[in-house]
Design a protein around this ligand. Structure first.
Ligand code: ADP
Ligand code: ADP
Length: 233
């Protein structure tokens, strides 16, 4: 079964007349690393925001999004929150605690897990990211690139299956951006995390992606292998 099926989704913002998404069809298998590209304003963020259930397909041909075969709208809220992780442009808007260790533990604490389990899961993910050395640092003392890695690690501690990222490197310098993208690649290859990444840094990301979606004016113009778009660029 596909992990995600976006089935004929159209969307128009309330009080707007023209649709921002038009008849989107995309099927995503577990373990895929997908890059979503397209000019600013073409609807990329709007599409990913549907997964947060902030937005729902609507309009004449509303369509549906399925996650593991369930209509996303019907999916249990706890399952949706646990299985689907989000990373946005600015980690400052997502980091909620003062110390790195607390940031990594925060989500698990709010699930009410016991401290042994919390320590084990934090340690495992920190080890994967190589960030144990930051444990006692203040989150505000980290660089932008470090904050975004911490943000990602804090989400991964929750063991999501699907990771959605909306321009996570846009505020990072080129070296930090590359490190972040390579970390995503490792999460995908080593832990099998399914990834949908909105990203402008094509040179860095296309060689690592399994599949590329190109959007234009709310439509999917291209859905295929990175090497096939490289030939047409
Ligand atoms: P992208 O992520 O590709 O830059 P967006 O999904 O952010 O594109 O935006 C797609 C279009 O929808 C743009 O024309 C944008 O101005 C419009 N839009 C985005 N958010 C809203 C909103 N809350 N209300 C009305 N229009 C919006
Ligand atoms: P702070 O750095 O804010 O003073 P502490 O270092 O005292 O906080 O840690 C707060 C909580 O996090 C404590 O429950 C502590 O046991 C736990 N903790 C801190 N560092 C680690 C670590 N390296 N591994 C596991 N748990 C830790």
């Amino acid at each position: 079964m596909a992990l995600v099926k976006i089935d004929n989704v159209s969307f128009t913002y309330p009080n707007e007349t023209s649709p921002v998404l038009k008849n989107i069809h995309v099927t995503i298998q577990q373990g895929e690393f997908i890059v979503l590209i397209g000019q600013s304003g073409c609807g990329k963020s709007t599409l990913l925001r549907h997964f947060k259930r902030e937005l729902q397909p609507h309009g004449e041909m509303a369509g549906q999004i399925f996650y593991k075969g369930c209509d996303l709208q019907q999916l249990n809220a706890e399952v949706a929150a646990a299985d689907i992780g989000y990373v946005f442009q600015n980690p400052d808007n997502q980091i909620v605690t003062d110390k790195v260790w607390h940031e990594l533990a925060f989500g698990l604490e709010s699930l009410g897990l016991d401290s042994v389990t919390i320590r084990r899961r934090v340690a495992e993910m920190a080890n994967f990211f190589g960030i144990q050395k930051w444990f006692h640092q203040k989150t505000t003392a980290l660089s932008g690139g470090q904050k975004q890695l911490l943000n990602l690690a804090s989400i991964m501690v929750m063991q999501p299956k699907l990771l959605l990222l909306d321009e996570p490197t846009s505020q990072l310098d080129p070296i930090a951006a590359l490190e972040f993208i390579q970390t995503l690649h490792r999460l995908n290859k080593e832990l099998g995390i399914t990834i949908i990444l909105i990203e402008h840094r094509l040179e860095e990301v296309l060689p690592l992606a399994d599949r590329v979606l190109i959007m234009d004016s709310g439509e999917i113009l291209f859905d295929g292998l990175p090497r096939d778009i490289l030939m047409t660029l």
